[in-house]
Design a protein around this ligand. Structure first.
Ligand code: NAP
Ligand code: G4F
Length: 337
């Protein structure tokens, strides 16, 4: 029997890779697209003729319920979110509405439609919920959120646990550490640097301005992480899992690695707001620090311990940081060419 998966946030990075993965497995894939976001579906262009796209906002409980009643999915992947941490400080109410209440609306629709026993639910939780808890962070680490984004996601995380315990819903939180790809939104640091490097290589830009160069992230590739999402829903029992590579890099090191692909070796001079990344050969400044990219509160160091996912799900990341970086820079260069 063909299984049906419903994906919220299908126009995002993970929505793209998860759709491709599920289509390959023979699923019927239905995706929710925001009412005013039709242009965004171009992103899905290679897949759109195989997808069933429905217009629905996570802030609209009535439409969510009607779509669910019509689609009757076997699996729901709730990826839809205002996912930019820095931006969440500017739009905290909207972030709470989409990320926390949006999840609750979906869970309530499942309950109202008496689908609890028939559907499996994946929640896109996040390593941001650990905040300044010291690494490595695992499922048992303290949650210490430091942004409206993380607070909203933690609320959704607990709501999912609550529906699992109270009503027996097969609902799992994937506590995912950063994962990137050429499909990454341009507001995130990996894509910003990849596109900046490509533009510098093409002579269209001379410098990339960044915020906190010291922050460390556990960066993997989105293609690996969507496999973990699916694996969680194939278990007899729902549970929460960390997905991570177990290695972290600073933003500074990310820059060094990306510039290598255009033959530039960076050296660093100065400190704090005066720090500069300089082309060791030419002396040209390629990176500077602009305080407008600092956040009111920062998460300094995320490094995940994904042993539970490895032992229970058999999941482990296959794509290295270096290969992910190479793919992003090459794709950014080919978009300019
Ligand atoms: P993304 O590229 O920012 O995609 C977010 C998706 O949510 C987009 O399709 C967006 O639609 C949709 N969306 C936003 N507001 C919505 C609303 N009101 N109603 C319905 N849909 C809405 O994020 P991603 O990187 O794919 O991440 C997927 C999920 O995993 C997100 O929930 C994110 O918070 C979480 N997460 C991501 C990472 C990571 O490193 N990528 C790590 C941990 C957790 P538009 O395209 O129209 O804006
Ligand atoms: O790329 P980022 O914006 O990702 P961030 O904040 O880690 O969030 C991403 O990963 C989370 C999982 O841990 C997801 F839940 C979330 O949805 C999102 O996908 O920033 C990474 C780091 C931060 O410390 C930031 O302060 O890079 C630092 N940074 C330095 N300069 C910058 C910049 N970030 C951005 N976006 N832009 C800069 O110019």
């Amino acid at each position: 029997m063909t299984k049906t998966a419903l994906i919220t946030g299908i126009t995002g990075q993970d929505g793209y890779y998860l759709s491709a993965f599920l289509l390959e497995k023979g699923y019927r894939v239905v995706g929710l697209v925001q009412p005013l976001a039709h242009d965004d579906t171009q992103f899905l262009a290679p897949l759109t003729d195989q997808l069933d796209l429905r217009v629905c906002d996570l802030c609209d409980g009535g439409t969510l319920t009607r779509v669910l009643a019509d689609v009757r999915p076997d699996e729901i992947y709730n990826l839809g979110a205002q996912s930019h941490v820095g931006h969440s400080f500017d739009v905290p109410e909207m972030t709470m509405n989409v990320n926390a209440l949006g999840t609750l609306r979906l869970l309530e629709a499942i309950r109202a439609l008496k689908m609890i026993e028939h559907v499996r639910f994946y929640q896109a939780s996040t390593s941001e919920i650990f905040g300044d808890t010291l690494p490595p962070q695992s499922e048992t680490s303290h949650f210490n959120p430091r942004s409206p984004y993380a607070i909203a996601k933690l609320s959704a995380h607990f709501m999912v646990k609550n529906y699992r315990k109270a009503y027996g819903l097969h609902a799992s939180n994937g506590i995912l550490f950063n994962h990137e790809s050429p499909k990454r939104g341009e507001g995130f640091v990996t894509q910003k640097v990849a596109r900046g490097v490509a533009a510098i290589d093409a002579g269209q830009q001379s410098i990339i301005s960044l915020g906190n160069l010291n922050a460390e992230r556990d960066w993997g590739h989105a293609r690996d992480y969507v496999e973990g999402m699916w694996a969680m829903l194939q278990q007899d029992k729902a549970d929460d899992y960390v997905l991570a590579t177990g290695q972290s890099q600073s933003v500074r090191r990310l820059c060094e690695e990306m510039f290598k692909y255009i033959g530039v070796s960076l050296v660093w001079q100065g400190q704090g707001e005066n720090e500069r990344g300089i082309d060791a050969n030419t002396g040209e400044v390629r990176i500077d620090v602009d305080p407008q990219f600092f956040r009111p509160l920062e998460v300094e160091n995320l490094l995940g311990d994904a042993r539970k996912a490895r032992d229970v799900l058999g999941w482990h990341p296959k794509i290295s940081f270096e290969d992910m970086v190479c793919e992003m820079v090459e794709e950014a260069k080919s978009c300019i060419a």
